[in-house]
Design a protein around this ligand. Structure first.
Ligand SMILES: Cc1ncc(COP(=O)(O)O)c(C=O)c1O
Length: 383
């Protein structure tokens, strides 16, 4: 991966710091970034937080406070914080396997696991591949009791039909960590059209404080029901401090101006990579429509451990940096934190996640990656 914070971004930050008594804690630049992000995405409200994992956590806590605890459907392939957030909110993860062309569960697989305890499903748009197909949209529209949470931490700018990924679900989450499509060094966003979720997440981001509620009448009605408390210090929830700083807001605004253009370059790189890759050895038939690539996806067709080890050795010998198991380390149900919680959980029940766990890698992609390097990378891998 390459540092995507440009000289221009840093100069903008320095201009702010050189100003007269610059504000550094969460303030107007964060608010402007939240508004511009919402317009870019096509959601009415966004709350910036200090990481994508915090966005996951606050989303699941909002689910618990607004709709109650219960089961949450999730795939074993994503990132630890999707599942950790479910556990932190006292909900129960219900795992469904992925399809290999989208790296996400099909609508049918989700539907099969719905019970009267199901509160939500988290769909991760893995490495820029849109997880939602028309039948998912149809399913969530006709089952409004199952809230759709889109994890778009790896897919900023991906499209589902004419809509941006993250604009369709009940709530969507983004990460702005270092190598992502847009970075604020550390950072994340919770996006929604639901005013109740918005106000709840604003409170939870800031210790559960009622003074964070943006809507005056809502805030006043909570305040007036606690005449014994100082209105500045009413803790509606036992929340967290997950606030970002102005520095992150300024970086976000500067980066947003380049996001679409950067995404085109990343997607061009990925297409060039897939077009040259030997499609007898590697999977190349991913569902690319609307994708916004984050990192190259490399998956062996055969379940061949010997070939896998050889490929890893060749990548190491050629100083090609890679991660096995894609961005999250593969099948989460193999991880100790889940095995401890659910000793009967059998990872082999999810054969496609297992395939990616054992035979899948990701390799960095970034807007100014040299096309000659992509040619060379494919030559090495194909040989
Ligand atoms: C799918 C997914 N969700 C959530 C996160 C968490 O984001 P962060 O690293 O900003 O905490 C990541 C991390 O990159 C991710 O890939």
């Amino acid at each position: 991966m390459r540092n995507n914070v440009s000289r221009g971004d840093l100069d903008t930050l320095i201009d702010h710091l050189k100003g007269d008594d610059p504000k550094l804690t969460h303030g107007p630049n964060v608010e402007r970034f939240e508004q511009e992000w919402s317009s870019w995405l096509g959601k009415s409200r966004s709350v910036m937080v200090n990481s994508g994992s915090s966005a996951n956590d606050l989303t699941l806590l909002a689910l618990k406070y607004v709709h109650g605890t219960g089961e949450v459907i999730v795939s074993p392939l994503g990132w630890v914080s999707d599942i950790a957030a479910i556990l932190h909110a006292n909900c129960k993860p219900v795992f469904v396997d992925i399809d290999l062309d989208t790296l996400a569960p099909s609508a049918g697989a989700i539907e099969n696991r719905v019970t009267n305890q199901t509160r939500a499903a988290i769909l991760v748009h893995v490495l820029g591949l849109p997880a939602l197909k028309p039948d998912h949209v149809e399913f969530f529209t006709s089952n409004p009791q199952v809230k759709l949470i889109e994890d778009v931490c790896e897919a900023h700018g991906a499209k589902v039909g004419t809509h941006r990924a993250g604009s369709i679900g009940w709530v969507s989450n983004f990460s702005f960590y270092y190598a992502h499509h847009l970075t604020t060094v550390e950072g994340g966003m919770v996006c929604t059209d639901d005013p109740k979720v918005y106000e709840t997440v604003r409170m939870l981001r800031s210790h559960g404080l009622v003074r964070e509620v943006s809507d005056g009448p809502t805030r006043n009605s909570i305040v007036s029901s606690h005449p014994d408390l100082n209105s500045e210090f009413i803790f509606e929830y036992f929340g967290h401090n997950m606030r970002p700083t102005e520095i992150q807001g300024i970086l976000g605004l500067a980066q947003l101006a380049r996001l679409d253009q950067n995404n085109l370059a990343r997607t061009r790189n990925f297409t060039k990579f897939l077009n040259q890759l030997d499609n007898e050895t590697f999977l190349t038939d991913f569902a690319l429509e609307g994708s916004s690539n984050y990192a190259f996806i490399l998956v062996l067709r055969d379940k061949d451990f010997e070939k896998r080890d050889k490929i890893e050795q060749v990548m190491r010998d050629n100083l090609i940096e890679f991660r096995r198991g894609l961005s999250g380390g593969g099948n989460q149900t193999r991880q100790p934190y889940l095995q401890r919680e659910f000793p009967d959980l059998d990872p082999t029940k999810f054969p496609n996640a297992e395939h990616v766990h054992n035979f899948g890698w990701y390799i960095g992609n970034y807007p100014d990656l040299d096309p000659n390097d992509i040619d060379w990378l494919c030559e090495v891998l194909n040989s």
